[in-house]
Design a protein around this ligand. Structure first.
Ligand code: UD1
Ligand code: MG
Length: 456
């Protein structure tokens, strides 16, 4: 097989998106549409990836500044042929060229490979059969079945419009032929555009074989033109991600109610209940269970841990056999060692919690280092912020923090210390002692009456 150049056409404005953002930067699975196409291109190991951009150009380039891409500006969009002409000076004469469309995010790597493998001497087009072919270029074949031409909808005769085999826009060919054909294009057609599709008739006239490979997978060639298309393709993408997870052995209570916006790595016997959203890179160890309605972003959850429903986890690590939630919130920087318990309405931020510690109810623990086997009672708050600066709370191994305690940071609670419920702790508490800080006495006023509403 020859060297490969890939040209991605992405200059279109995408008027029907009704957005100030260039079409190809809208996202599928939280990744720009064009990024999906570029990832497919990269998987084919080309010598060069050339992206033809136009509308919203700089924002498109900036979004891919980290990629090794040759950018070509098509200032005026005069047609797909004109777009490829702009890339022509960058093409390698001794290579094959694959044309991809920047708005087709589910483009299939295997199908592209099949096109490229045949393109050493031929023009290979990917086609598909469309129930309603309106708007597409039709594949015109001879009685012998040989491809003769692609005729655009607006230029097609009534008879040609009955053809349901249409052009996907994805094609591959020897670059030296392409360069020659591009120089022979005219805009003598219904739209006054330079059609890339006219190269088919040129190839036929010059006795170069043309084949059209019909793909059965319509979604892999479907372009996005509107928010309706975007939403539909997002569902298809998510369905495919879910199928992939099922194939790997993940138990999904309902594959239709899962969203992965990034990468979800799963060990063995992972169970995921309905309506969970995974963002960024999330890794779930063996036997992890995720309850319904969890939102989990950039997290590692180790073997045997269970996350109960309605838990929100962001940039955090959870050790083995831990129990989190329901209704817990783990904010960035939270690192829990194994066998920790974090219960309902507990918020953790930048908190490191060692083995076996429990924070089971209604607490805020931020900027804290918590030792092993610590028990933090309901309603405990680390007061980490004085309005200007943040301070740390350190709770050493085996400490017991009574309910409704405020720990005014910076403060250290010694190992095996006990803090009495309702204390406001402003100074370090020694190890092994009971520390309390409450109003001196408890008073009762017999016969006291509650205030009553004054009648107007
Ligand atoms: C094109 C094909 C048609 C095919 C259809 C599949 C041509 C002439 N027609 O039609 O046979 O059935 O795609 O969707 O090729 N683009 C540029 N610069 C331009 C024009 C287009 O970069 O000057 C890009 C667009 O951003 C888009 C792609 O090329 O990614 C296809 O353009 P579009 O306008 O959608 O082509 P169609 O007329 O729909
Ligand atoms: Mg189109």
């Amino acid at each position: 097989m020859r060297k490969l150049n890939i040209v991605i056409l992405a200059a279109g404005k995408g008027t029907r998106m009704h957005s100030s953002k260039p079409k190809v930067l809208h996202e599928i699975g939280a990744k720009p549409i064009l990024a999906h196409v570029i990832d497919c291109a990269k998987a084919l190991n080309p010598l060069k990836i050339i992206v033809v951009y136009g509308y919203g150009g700089d924002t498109v380039r900036e979004a891919f500044a980290h990629e090794n891409i040759t950018w070509v500006n098509q200032a005026e969009q005069l047609g797909t042929g004109h777009a490829v002409q702009q890339a022509s000076p960058h093409l390698d004469n001794d290579a094959n060229t694959l044309i991809l469309l920047g708005d087709v995010p589910l483009v299939d790597i295997q199908a592209c490979k099949q096109l490229i493998e045949q393109a050493d001497k031929k023009l290979v087009i990917q086609s598909f059969n469309k129930d309603d072919p309106t708007g597409y270029g039709r594949i015109v074949r001879a009685a012998t079945h040989n491809v003769l031409a692609i005729v655009e909808h607006k230029d097609a005769t009534e008879l040609q419009r009955k053809i349901v085999e249409v052009n996907t826009g994805i094609m591959a060919m020897p670059t030296q032929h392409l360069i020659k054909w591009l120089s022979q294009l005219t805009n003598n057609n219904a739209q006054g555009e330079y059609y890339l599709t006219d190269i088919v008739a040129l190839a036929v006239a010059q006795s170069v074989d043309v084949i059209a490979e019909i793909t059965p997978d319509e979604w892999s060639v479907t372009g996005i033109n509107s928010k309706t298309d975007l939403a539909q393709i997002e569902r298809i993408y998510q369905t495919r991600v879910a199928q992939q997870l099922l194939l790997q052995g993940v138990t999904l209570k309902d594959p239709a109610r899962l969203d992965v916006r990034g990468v979800l790595n799963c060990g063995q016997d992972v169970q995921i209940d309905v309506n969970c959203l995974f963002e960024g890179v999330v890794t779930l160890g063996d036997n992890v269970k995720i309850g319904a309605n969890c939102v989990i972003k950039n997290a590692v959850i180790a073997t045997g841990s269970h996350i109960a429903p309605f838990t929100h986890i962001d940039d955090s690590k959870i050790g083995e056999n831990s129990r989190i939630g329901p209704f817990a919130r783990l904010r960035p920087g939270t690192v829990l060692q194994s066998e920790t318990h974090v219960g309902n309405f507990v918020e953790l931020k930048n908190a490191q919690v060692d083995i076996g510690s429990k924070i089971n109810h209604l607490s805020y623990v931020g900027d804290a280092t918590i030792g092993k086997n610590v028990n933090i009672g309901a309603g405990t708050i680390t007061c980490n912020y004085d309005g200007a600066n943040k301070f740390r709370t350190v709770i050493e191994d085996g400490a017991f923090i009574g309910s409704d305690t405020q720990l005014i940071a910076p403060v250290t609670i010694g190992a095996n210390a006990t803090i009495a419920a309702g204390s406001t702790i402003t100074k370090d508490a020694p190890a092994d002692a009971l520390t309390f800080c409450r109003a001196k006495e408890q008073k009762s006023i017999v016969g006291w009456k509650r205030p009553v509403k004054i009648k107007k």
